[in-house]
Design a protein around this ligand. Structure first.
Ligand code: GAL
Length: 417
């Protein structure tokens, strides 16, 4: 423990040197693990890597990203590495319950001194710091805030369907999907791999139940055996009826692309889609529009990408140099405009986000203090056991369409702790 403290302090010293232009990252390589390989995501990560390499020419940057949206493959690979004591120098995870799982298993080093030195306690919103704190210590460096409950739509398809008002609640959404199915050849609601249906589920639950009841669902021992949940799942079932089949070979990018290309009317996806649309050259307001998913206006269903310092990181000093960049205003303003996210820091430069009409609106909404709901799929509200149980239930339901079985499994998933 003492040795660890010393090396964290040494890393911090090195950071001071870096900041003062002395160069060098305090190690000759740094391996950073994430799942940002695809459209939009890779470009944002690369921008951050370029900045790191420019500031630390002597440190070899090893990008250990593993493909697969929302980390479906990457997290399994990571778990194997953590279990066999072969951690990367830093990995990307989510603030909230997911992070707590890693902490409880002893995989992460605390970053309290680093937070002090970097001024991160002041720069980050208090409610976010709470989500990365365990037993009084902080354990990761949040780079952004993403919004899960965004519904992207194709203005062209809606026009063809004769829909001139966007659906305001889940019932209106179902009507709109029916109209699209009747009036056009487009896919009413595009989805991709199974996880995108888990993602859809959280927005439908939030829209049907409201923010307080949604948040209460993820409290230990929550009661999912209620008429409210049954009604929300019935709506979910109607929405799923209007999707094309979930396909393991098509990730979220393909579902989003269908909207931008006018092949689908809607896609409920996190705002990483905004980064991808930019990369595709899609024109906001023409090729695609966005709105809070029906019934969730005024609530930010949030998540935060957050980088860690694993116990036993082979190049701890270089890892801290990476974390300093991730946590800095400069780093966040390089990364987030490309990623489709808003900065975790409160002092970011709004001008950096003004080129994107989506991000400009997201930042304004965030700064106005929306109601908050945590994303379950992206690690905020529940740890892996519960999250995986929901995923399994959704997978079975996609196979057999048995809605009652879906609810029963979700009821049981909430009871086991
Ligand atoms: C989320 C992650 C986002 C984005 C998305 C799709 O879990 O927080 O940054 O990468 O998956 O891959």
């Amino acid at each position: 423990m003492r040795a660890r403290r010393w090396s964290v302090a040494a890393g911090a010293l090195c950071l001071v040197l870096v900041a003062s232009g002395c160069g060098g990252g305090g190690g000759d390589r740094v391996e950073v693990f994430s799942w940002w390989t695809g459209g939009g995501e890779e470009a944002a990560l690369n921008a951050l890597i370029e900045r790191f390499e420019a500031e630390n020419p002597d440190v070899e940057f090893v990008n250990a990203a593993v493909a697969g949206g929302s980390g479906t493959n990457a997290r399994a690979v990571l778990e194997g590495r953590l279990q066999s004591h072969d951690p990367p120098d830093s990995f990307q995870g989510h603030a909230g319950a997911e992070l707590q799982d890693y902490i409880e298993r002893g995989y992460l080093s605390p970053l309290d001194d680093f937070f002090q030195e970097q001024g991160l306690y002041d720069a980050l919103p208090e409610r976010l710091v709470e989500q990365i704190t365990y037993d009084g210590s902080v354990y990761s460096v949040p780079v952004n805030i993403h919004r899960s409950n965004v519904m992207w739509y194709s203005p062209a398809v809606l026009e063809e369907a004769g829909i001139d008002a966007l659906p305001q609640n889940p019932e209106e959404l179902v009507e709109a999907l029916e109209t699209v199915a009747e009036e056009t050849d487009a896919v009413p609601m595009a989805v991709g791999a199974q996880w995108t249906v888990d993602h859809l589920l959280e927005s439908v639950l939030l829209g049907s139940l409201g923010t307080d009841a949604y948040n209460a669902l993820w409290e230990p021992g929550a009661d999912w055996d209620t008429p409210g949940v049954a009604a929300a799942l019935a709506t979910f079932d109607q929405v799923v009826e209007h999707t094309q089949e979930a396909s393991a070979t098509e990730d979220w990018q393909e579902a989003a692309r269908r909207v931008a290309d006018g092949e689908a009317a809607f896609n409920i996806m996190g705002d990483w889609a905004a980064g991808y649309f930019d990369e595709l050259g899609a024109v906001p307001g023409e090729d695609y529009g966005w709105v809070a998913s029906p019934g969730t206006e005024g609530t930010y269903l949030w998540l935060s990408d957050s980088f860690t310092l694993p116990v036993g990181a082979p190049n701890e000093e270089a890892a801290l140099t990476w974390l300093a960049l991730v946590g800095s205003r400069e780093g966040q303003d390089v990364f987030n405009p490309l990623k489709g996210s808003i900065p975790a820091r409160e002092d970011a430069d709004p001008a950096e986000y003004a080129d994107s009409p989506y991000l400009e609106s997201a930042l304004a909404e965030w700064q106005a203090g929306p109601e908050l709901a945590g994303s379950f799929w992206h690690g905020v509200t529940v740890g892996d056991r519960w999250r995986n149980d929901v995923d399994t239930a959704v997978g079975l339901y996609l196979g057999d369409g048995d809605l009652k079985a879906l609810q029963n499994t979700l009821v049981r998933a909430a009871r086991v702790e």
